[in-house]
Write a protein that binds this ligand. Structure first.
Ligand code: SAH
Ligand code: SF4
Ligand code: F3S
Length: 458
């Protein structure tokens, strides 16, 4: 009864939470299995950010619960944002669920499972659904453990939980609660432990990372707590690359821009959500910046790091988005020439302040606008990749590529995916690669160091 399968939906923060749950479970003697059909316990870590994400998880939970007919001891749980968002309603819809665990209760999963398994093994009656959704002070400090039996070349580290912004379309403040920062020393310690086990790259996670600790910790020499944290991580021996996601234009000040000039480990890559290019829509979204301010930050970043890669999030079809509004988004998107972007079609979230506005932009129009941006993205991403052909890039080798014997996958500092013939020995190493070919999404190349090339045989 101790084989657990965890399926994760949603953002990197969810991936990180799942990984921490897996580490905690392993610590208590459970084993984590990749194949859900081998599992005694199936946990779905869910997302609520768009309706589609919820429907997917609900469908999956229904399917999985149906297997209890054949396997009455199977335990099925829902964790994370949808559990938090739809709590009790989920039990009405899926009465067979065993666990519903909120976003501040991930650390309680092992105890809940222990209890449930003890009852089932004692042949007692099947316990009713455990629902654990309360807020818990200090829960941001519980996502710390990492799976220890394999080396993580690149690791996520959650530095805070929750969000105090009030973007009118967004469910996250409801699912993740108020902003709470972890103490800096604890984050640094966690990253030092990762570095000692061979991690080379860390991505600091939060819904609004540059606001990290803004209420809890003081500014020092006009530097925000987030900048102070970046400096500390930059000083950790063994860590070679630092990334973070997601920052917000609010509070993106000179002290942070300056980091791109002076912190060598901070990668020249930034995910910087724009959401819309129309000030009218930004206002309706309650994003407190203008497109001019957004562009000025990018100009400043490019002045400091001309080679910086910038990615973004855009929502098309927000209620009231006219052709003129979209044209402003299209123009900004084209002029900024993002290297990467996540494009979303607006989805009404019950309980948000935009809910009363309904969903007046038709599906077809959203689809069309999405496609226009996708085409632009394809062009800018391809031309950026093509500009690298013939150049030597530093690549962190992460592991075997999905296709091709002897092929390995890694990323450049700019987060471009590279496929290169290499060997197991180079996993976790930073190696120089000559880029030979480029597509929109992937670069391919060859190792350039003599010594390393000889290593290929071994
Ligand atoms: N905290 C991050 C975003 C987290 S949600 C930030 O502020 O940048 C990730 C992305 O999902 C958002 O940037 C937004 O583009 C998209 N999103 C959020 N709510 C949405 C909704 N109701 N419909 C469509 N896209 C949405
Ligand atoms: Fe949602 Fe806005 Fe918070 Fe991001 S900043 S999580 S979009 S409310
Ligand atoms: Fe989804 Fe929750 Fe992340 S709603 S996007 S999993 S914070």
């Amino acid at each position: 009864m101790n084989r657990v399968h965890i399926k994760t939906y949603g953002c990197q923060m969810n991936e990180r939470d799942s990984e921490a749950v897996a580490a905690m479970l392993r610590g208590k003697g459970y084993s984590i299995v990749d194949n859900e059909f081998d599992a005694d316990v199936i946990l779905l870590n869910t997302c609520s950010v768009r309706d589609q994400a919820e429907q997917k998880a609900i469908g999956k939970a229904g399917h999985v619960s149906a297997r209890k007919k054949k396997n009455p001891n199977l335990i099925v749980g829902i964790m994370g944002c949808m559990a938090q968002n739809r709590g009790d309603e989920l039990v009405d819809r899926l009465p067979d669920l065993d666990l519903i665990i909120g976003t501040q209760k991930f650390h309680r999963v092992p105890d809940h499972l222990d209890n449930m398994i003890a009852t089932l093994q004692g042949q007692g009656p099947r316990p009713s659904t455990v629902i654990d959704l309360e807020e818990e002070a200090g829960s941001q400090n519980t996502i710390r453990s990492h799976v220890k039996d394999s080396r993580q070349v690149s690791a996520f580290v959650s530095i805070m939980q929750g969000c105090n912004m009030k973007c009118s379309y967004c469910i996250v403040p409801k699912t993740r609660g108020a902003e709470r920062a972890r103490p800096m020393e604890s984050i640094v310690e966690e990253i030092e432990e990762l570095a000692a086990r061979g991690t080379k790259e860390v991505t600091l996670l939060g819904q609004i990372v540059n606001q990290y600790g803004i209420r809890e910790f003081p500014f020092v020499d006009k530097k925000s707590p987030f900048v102070q944290l970046l400096e500390k991580v930059n000083a950790i021996e063994g860590i070679e690359r630092i990334r973070f996601t997601s920052p917000h234009p609010v509070g993106f000040k000179e002290d942070l821009i300056d980091c791109y000039a002076r912190l060598p480990k901070l990668c020249e890559y930034l995910h910087f959500p724009m959401q819309s290019g129309s000030d009218r829509i930004l206002k309706a979204m309650r994003r407190p910046y203008t497109i001019e301010r957004f562009r000025r930050i990018i100009d400043q970043l490019r002045a400091v790091r001309p080679d910086i890669y910038i990615s973004t999030d855009v929502i098309v079809g927000f209620p009231g988005e006219t052709d003129e509004d979209f044209e402003l988004t299209r123009r900004a998107f084209e002029e900024i020439a993002f290297d990467m972007a996540f494009l979303f079609k607006y989805s009404v979230r019950p309980g948000t302040t935009a809910e009363p506005l309904g969903d007046p932009v038709s599906k077809e129009v959203k689809e069309e606008r999405n496609q226009v941006l996708l085409d632009l993205l394809g062009q800018s991403s391809l031309s950026r990749n093509q500009s690298l052909v013939g150049h030597i890039e530093e690549v962190l080798i992460e592991g075997p590529a999905k296709r091709g014997e002897g092929m390995y996958m890694g990323r450049t500092r700019g987060h471009r995916k590279v496929v290169v013939p290499a060997s197991e020995r180079l996993v976790g190493e930073l190696v120089p690669v000559r880029i030979l070919e480029a597509t929109t999404t992937t670069l391919s190349g060859e190792l350039v160091l003599e010594g390393i090339e000889t290593g290929l045989a071994g």
